[in-house]
Design a binder for this molecule. Structure first.
Ligand SMILES: Cc1cc2nc3c(=O)[nH]c(=O)nc-3n(C[C@H](O)[C@H](O)[C@H](O)COP(=O)(O)OP(=O)(O)OC[C@H]3O[C@@H](n4cnc5c(N)ncnc54)[C@H](O)[C@@H]3O)c2cc1C
Length: 431
């Protein structure tokens, strides 16, 4: 990068992820929309390139939004904050913003992706727009400190320091640290007087009693997943479930995982929880009952472990039978009582796995917790403690469900932070 040490910037953005790039672009767009020249904007990014996490999203396809944007998909200790932000920059405004910078979308069910189904093209669109708007990016710039003086002073690990009246913290959460988000923003915000909720993983695999899952490691099935806490279903999701050495994964499990995390303290569950898998609906179970009763006669001398032939993959069938019956699998099918068949059907209705916890933040797709939204204005994203300091994206205590909600939050809060900082900048220039 060029020698920008000690330079005073019109805007400093820390973090070139989804929210930081959106904030910088939105700042410059607000200025140019008013006929002004682009301002002196610098993004400090610790990675060697911008948008590293965006590249990993949606398995490299970038699920960037969703047709169903109901607020129930967003979670925070401040339950009204995300809704207030979306009343200024709605999910549709985010799509318009993306289209303006060259990202056209396509739907797969309710999920929206770039038409290319390639996350790299999303990062490219942001990169080109940063260049067009003359936004400078300092890569390999690891910010270590923000100090409030007359201006805000931002210092980097390598000794460089920068000043600006306006700084946007867009450093992300504390999950998937390999993408650069290591929770640095939390530390600075805490030092500047903000409350920070301890980060926890969400959209993450579940650790369960693994006696069955280990034997089925790598196998998948579709099921209605219910998360049960104190005898009540607190979350449910239909979809693919993946058995693993440590427990359960797959889209349906990831979707309910946040509710496990929220009930954990220091890696320990605060209440007993279990996952129940429903493999078939009632009509299908009635058919399966008839089939098993027929097989009890027609395949009477075969061993029990063959009775679910073609109903389920054989390995899964064997584990399901072992979970249902305390009987040797080598016994003949004719030995099964009506009660035994009822037990097999009950396991297909509710195959239970005791939940032990979640995998760590490193494996998660988003972070629960972060900087308390109460310390920020939902109209501007500005800190109520440090004037001129803004925050956006995952560093704030807002997490979304799986399905494009986290990127939408990153875009909306980033656009709003950039726009608000630009309006202040314009007002300051006029005063
Ligand atoms: C594997 C995976 C898949 C996902 N898939 C989806 C999906 O399909 N749809 C969806 O909506 N969401 C998805 N998410 C979540 C989504 O990517 C994030 O919520 C979103 O990118 C957060 O944006 P952000 O700008 O707040 O933070 P980030 O994208 O994490 O960006 C923060 C940036 O700040 C930089 N930074 C951090 N500390 C410093 C520092 N000290 N100095 C300088 N720079 C710093 C980081 O290097 C990083 O580039 C996924 C996440 C993961 C991990």
């Amino acid at each position: 990068m060029t020698n920008v040490d000690q330079r005073k910037l019109d805007l400093l953005v820390i973090g070139a992820g989804a929210s930081g790039m959106a904030a910088a672009i939105s700042f410059q767009q607000t200025l140019t929309a008013q006929g002004k020249d682009p301002a002196d904007v610098l993004i400090l990014e610790k990675n060697e390139r911008v948008g590293k996490k965006v590249l990993t999203t949606g398995n490299g396809r970038c699920n960037l939004s969703n047709k169903d944007m109901s607020l129930s998909h967003f979670h925070s200790h401040n339950t009204s904050f995300a809704g207030q932000v979306f009343s200024s920059v709605s999910p549709l405004d985010c799509l318009a913003f993306l289209e303006e910078i060259g990202i056209v979308t396509t739907a797969e069910g309710d999920k929206l992706f770039p038409m290319s189904k390639t996350a790299a093209s999303v990062v490219d669109a942001f990169r080109f727009q940063l260049e067009d708007l003359k936004i400078e990016v300092a890569e390999n710039a690891v910010v270590t400190e923000i100090v409030k003086d007359q201006d805000l002073i931002v210092r980097c690990e390598d000794g460089r320091s920068f000043t600006s009246e306006k700084v946007i913290i867009a450093t992300g959460g504390a999950c998937a640290a390999y993408t650069g988000s290591t929770g640095d923003g939390y530390k600075w915000l805490h030092e500047l007087g903000h409350k920070v909720y301890a980060p926890k993983p969400s959209i993450v695999q579940l650790l369960t009693d693994n006696s069955v899952t280990k034997a089925l490691s790598g196998l998948r099935l579709d099921a209605e997943v219910s998360l049960i806490c104190d005898g009540h279903v607190i979350a449910s999701q239909y979809g693919e479930v993946l058995f693993t050495d440590y427990g359960l994964s797959g889209p349906a499990i990831l979707q309910v995982s946040g509710e496990v995390s929220r009930r954990m303290k220091k890696d320990q569950l605060t209440v007993p929880m279990s996952v129940s898998l429903r493999l078939f609906d009632e009509d299908t179970l009635t058919c399966i009952r008839g089939e098993l009763e027929t097989r009890r006669k027609s395949f009477s001398s075969r061993p029990i472990d063959q009775i679910l032939l073609s109903v389920l993959p054989q390995k899964i069938a064997l584990q399901l039978l072992k979970s249902s019956l305390e009987r040797p699998m080598a016994l003949p099918v004719s030995a099964l009582s009506d009660g035994d068949i009822g037990k097999i059907l009950n396991t297909m209705r509710a195959w239970n796995f005791q939940v032990l916890g979640t995998r760590s933040l490193e494996f998660a797709q988003t972070t629960i917790g972060g900087a308390d939204c109460d310390g920020f204005s939902p109209e501007t994203m500005e800190s109520s403690i440090v004037p001129g300091l803004f925050a956006c994206g995952e560093v704030l205590d807002v997490d979304g469900d799986c399905g494009g909600y986290n990127l939408t939050w990153a875009f909306a809060s980033g656009i709003l932070a950039g726009r608000s900082a630009a309006e202040q900048f314009l007002n300051g220039a006029e005063a």
